[in-house]
Design a protein around this ligand. Structure first.
Ligand code: ZN
Length: 137
């Protein structure tokens, strides 16, 4: 499992600069985390609902505490989601600037014309915006 890979200086693209770059497994894990984040958050809140419904009869103060956990949990959940998406876009931009596709790891991406912006991978057909997010097809 390669989480981080060190590119030797001179051997790799100048965008890497011999610094640490996250491995493909970390990026694919982050991508699946971001794409499934909505359903995981909904299931978490449904679990809180079921727990607080049961606690209403067993320990009413626990149900009241879970209400506040649900409300103030948004303070954690929303920045966590935004931060993970921003990290994924930054990692995508770094790979695209180095000329490799973040999705299929193969081939060389080609930059789209200036007015369109972004990149396109001839291998897997994925299009990327300038910000590093996937263009929905
Ligand atoms: Zn590709």
């Amino acid at each position: 499992m390669v989480l981080w890979r060190e590119y030797p200086k001179g051997e790799c693209n100048a965008a890497h600069g011999g610094s640490y770059t996250a491995g493909p497994m970390f990026l694919s894990t982050l991508r699946s985390f971001n794409s499934n984040f909505g359903i995981v958050a909904v299931l978490g809140y449904l679990g809180l609902f079921v727990a607080s419904f049961l606690l209403m009869f067993l320990f009413p103060l626990g149900a009241l505490a879970l209400v506040f956990v649900g409300i103030f949990g948004l303070v954690v959940v929303v920045p966590l989601s935004a931060g993970a998406q921003a990290l994924e876009r930054a990692m995508n931009r770094r790979r695209l600037a180095a000329g490799s596709c973040p999705m299929c790891e193969a081939g060389s991406v080609r930059a789209l014309p200036e007015e369109a912006g972004g990149w396109e991978c001839p291998g897997c057909g994925t299009a990327w915006t300038v910000e590093g997010s996937v263009v929905p097809s």
